[in-house]
Design a protein around this ligand. Sequence first.
Ligand code: MSP
Length: 482
Amino acid sequence: MSKPYYVTTPIYYINDVPHVGHAYTTFAADTLARFYRARGRDAFFLTGTDENSQKTVEAAQAAGRPIGAFTNSMSKRWRETWQQLGIDFSRFIRTTEDEHRQAVEKFLKKLEAAGAIHKGVYEGWYCEGCEEFKRDEDLLPGGFCRLHPNRKAKRLSEENYFFALSRYAQPLLEHYSRHPDFVQPTERRNEVRRFVEGGLSDLSISRPGKSWGIPLPLDPTHRVYVWVDALINYLTGVGFASSDRMPYWPADVHLIGKDILKFHAVIWPAMLMAAGIELPRAVVAHGFFTIEGQKISKSLGNAIDPLVLADKYGSDALRYFLLREIPFGSDGDFSEAKLKERYTGDLSNGYGNLLSRVSTMVAQYLDGKVTGKPGNELRDSVAALESELEVAVGRYRFSDALEAAWRFIARLDRKIQETKPWEMAKTGKSDQLVHVLSELHFGVTRLTELLTPFLPEAVAKALPVLTAKKVVKLPPLFPRIE
Ligand code: MSP
């Protein structure tokens, strides 16, 4: 029996609300989980919220709300957004949960027992926007962070506990060599390699004198550095607090944006090595996208709420667009005009139209009863599509998978054009008509099954109609907009 499948998204900061960039990662993870479930594998999908950040404290203050009430309502907003977008997560984790605190304590005790924690003085910069320690060369003149140009990095000189990250440079390089798929795509793997080859310094993993965050077990006057706390969520989510035996671990893939590569491909595997826990199989980073050419940002006010788009086009269409338009791994640009174009071209006039034409003809000309068997050629091309999807999804090439499916749609459309079943029907229900429509019905039904992970809502409506004893005309699944 193969190990059950386990996929994660980053856990999202709750000082912000969900935008299409976050929806992108989450749709991709959901699609993977659904893809393997559809193939009979037990798949566990973890997502959630990262709440122990200093940014949470600031955001709660800015909102004038007690922190507990603030975190509860923000986390709820994230959770409900995903639910409304048809995201079928197995567990939604919050880092303020008791179970997570226990997991973090347990993990840190393992690090301590392995002699991988020591006390020292941290002298340097810290950007609270990134929640990250910075080197001089990471900052702009005047001490401003490159990623948060309106936030001055703080100069810190404080006693901290450190994780012996420097010890793991060599083991990490060996791991990357032995497991070429550990960091994907290749460009990102090279970036990580170069970074580690430059040498690693020990990592400060605690902050003194803070009142928010998880207390460090060996010195509760310190709070655990938020990234160390956050990364451990991937273990908490599959039961680490109560047992070292975790049937879902190791994760098959941590899906992330390229902005948080170093944490996932350097710090996290080093932490796991030190704790003696198996490493995830892959860390796959996608690109970043802009909105109509501009960086998504609160101050520009261009952060599009994915629910607004889903209300207008449906969540399937948003998922389809994001996965189809931007090759996973590359940067891209989001615009509603492009979404609308794909909605109309690929979904309304493409797949949607094919479904209604085939169901209508089967209902009209065959009285809804499919009696013929598909020929070998068609069976072969369905099998070919199936393996193309398997390969593309296995390499996180969602856009390739969808392109292959749409080539198959074009093929079925051509078949309709060439055979003209409506002409055949004029002379009654011939064997030839039964054959052609049975083939079309077979093609559309198998295609619909294969599209389950990509268009879950449409498939849930279409499949029962296509596979019923008596097929009826399907209502338009992607009605024209405006
Ligand atoms: N809390 C950390 C992650 C901890 S994981 C142990 C964090 N959160 S975040 O909310 O700021 O961002 C999470 C992820 O959202 C990014 O890594 C990325 O996957 C996604 N994106 C945020 N903005 C995005 C774009 N503009 N474009 C594409 N993805 C984006 O970092």
